[in-house]
Design a protein around this ligand. Structure first.
Ligand SMILES: Cc1ncc(C[n+]2csc(CCOP(=O)(O)OP(=O)(O)O)c2C)c(N)n1
Ligand SMILES: [Mg+2]
Length: 329
């Protein structure tokens, strides 16, 4: 039987957020399959890592709070911050009430100024370049917040990843950046094994003198302890830290690869639930009831979203440089 180190209340909180995130993603997948959206990409398989991460974030607006440069698998982090599942459904359905992009972007492309959530980009790895910017700003202004950036294994082939390693580790000019790679051993359909000469991705950070950790991101407690240690280190030393978390990809890459459940991968939620049941932290019935509660709630919400209005054509240039009339022409 697993001997938990975390308090039962914390384990229950983590479990709740993992279930909420999973049910949301499964609802988004169903919406896609029912033609209530054009494309799905998201985070099932990363909950055991991303929920502990989300719970260690100092949420707020401005440089004294953590800046988040996330990617399209970060929904569990958003759930921890208090995001409403219905808003993810609105973005999935591309209706005007989507608070992240006004119905203009793909699912799980978050953006929220009040929580320092920098817009998620579809171009992979861009976030490692913008992270340098907030890392520099936090350092120059002597602020307390740190910068957190995450992305996948294949994306580390891009130049922005190397830029982030260089800029965060310059001697005497280090930046308070927590660099994270969630390694699911795939870049769409390209296996990790044929792409990486380095043994671990984290070894590349080691070469820059950056503190590194390689962890099983499918294990809740291992993730929680690592994230706690890493965030504390970056907050106190104002230096970078690097976590490579080995995770699963439970519904394939995206709707482009069918988004069907991958039975051969480790499902961290089901592992965690077995451990919680054995340790008598929660009963199977409590866990099933919770899942059913979220399922019912989100099903109702998705039905409502179906009837919300799409954005009107005259808003197409809002929030773009081109739309700032009078400034550029
Ligand atoms: C700059 C850029 N190049 C290529 C793509 C196409 N693309 C989308 S996702 C992806 C694979 C990303 O794999 P990884 O970084 O491991 O993240 P994962 O999807 O596995 O979480 C690629 C190549 C893109 N979106 N942006
Ligand atoms: Mg990958």
């Amino acid at each position: 039987m697993k001997k938990f180190k975390l308090e039962p209340q914390k384990l229950i909180q983590i479990h709740d957020l993992m279930v909420k995130s999973r049910v949301l993603e499964e609802r988004l997948i169903r919406m896609y399959k029912q033609n209530d959206g054009y494309f799905w990409i998201g985070g099932p398989g990363e909950e055991a890592f991303s929920v502990p991460l989300g719970l260690n974030i100092k949420k707020g607006q401005g440089l004294d709070f953590d800046f988040l440069h996330l990617h399209y698998r970060s929904s569990p982090i958003m759930m921890c911050l208090g995001a409403e599942p219905i808003d993810s459904m609105r973005q999935m359905k591309n209706v005007a009430s989507d608070p992240y992009s006004g119905g203009r972007n793909f699912a799980n492309h978050y953006s929220k100024r009040e929580w320092n959530v920098v817009p998620v980009t579809s171009t992979i790895e861009t976030q490692y370049a913008t992270a340098i910017g907030t890392g520099i700003a936090q350092t120059k202004k002597g602020c307390k917040g740190i910068t957190i950036v995450n992305g996948g294994d294949a994306g580390t082939a891009e130049g922005e990843f190397a830029s982030c390693l260089v800029w965060s580790s310059r001697p005497k000019s280090e930046l308070p950046i927590l660099m994270i790679v969630t390694n699911n051993e795939f870049g769409i359909s390209t296996p990790y094994q044929g792409q990486h000469g380095e043994k671990n991705i984290a070894d590349r950070a080691k070469a820059f003198g950056i503190k590194t950790m390689i962890i099983n991101g499918n294990d809740v407690e291992e993730s929680f302890m690592a994230v706690q240690e890493a965030t504390t280190y970056v907050r106190e030393t104002r230096k970078p830290c690097f976590i490579e978390a080995r995770v699963s990809r439970l519904y394939g890459h995206s709707s482009a690869t069918g988004c069907n459940f991958e039975t051969k991968e480790v499902d961290s939620l089901s592992t965690f639930e077995n451990e919680l049941e054995e340790a008598k932290v929660l009963t199977r019935k409590q866990m099933t009831d919770l899942r059913e509660k979220y399922n019912a709630e989100m099903l109702e919400q998705s039905k409502g979203v179906r009837h919300e209005a799409m954005p009107s054509g005259d808003t197409i240039y809002d929030h773009t440089y081109y739309g700032q009339k009078g400034r550029y022409w």
